[in-house]
Design a protein around this ligand. Sequence first.
Ligand code: KIV
Length: 257
Amino acid sequence: MLPSELVKYKNSSQKIIALTAWDSISGSLAEASEADIVLVGDSLAMVCLGYKSTLPITLDNMIYHANSVSRGFSKKIEDQPLIVCDMPFLTYQCGENKAVQYAGKIIQNTFAKAVKIEGAEPEIQNVISRLIRMGIPVMGHLGLTPQNYLNLGFKKQGENLESQERIKREASILEKLGCFSIVLEHIPESLAKEIQNELKIPTIGIGAGDFCDGQVRVTADLLGLNDEQPPFCKPIIEGKKLLREKLKEWVTSQKLS
Ligand code: KIV
């Protein structure tokens, strides 16, 4: 699937489902689940590499992990999920030329067909517009933008009128710039619903209620693999507890055998 084809899901009865992946095992699980999009999100810095934020991850790390993810796929290329790769911190904040070079490196060296960029400040708008004109599809990301956590924390956004108006304005700007979809993270459901109604491109929510055209989840959160869980993701299994208990059982049984 090409990024531009996602628009067919706008207002359709079928939601777009995106799962994150960071290695060949999570990539293989995401593909087998029939997720439409596999996001190689920079959250892998936290859920896979043990960092406290997404800021330390580098471009080379992202390329390395994006390639591990696609090595986990086993379907024919045309049946594989669309891979979107996050542009990590400092790859698009330092101007348009660097951003084209770095996003191009992702596209050239992985099977990703699009990049995701957080925010919509004027400098970021220029970058997004340039990338799209240069042939690199961009997924936007508004609301809680973890690369800006030193300013905003990991807090819910859009809690007051000013912030709501800004997020709405930014969503419409990202659409005009040519983003093929926008992730809305940790904002009130009513705000996400308004944006979903106003835009022609699909919105993909995480902690943004049920009205977006799609949902994205960090797979490690969904599987309960982390010690700390974001407030907006209820795990479907307590993966870490289960695996820890089973491994301990096995180790104990082997010691006594
Ligand atoms: O990095 C990531 O996993 C993300 C999702 C939270 C959307 O950006």
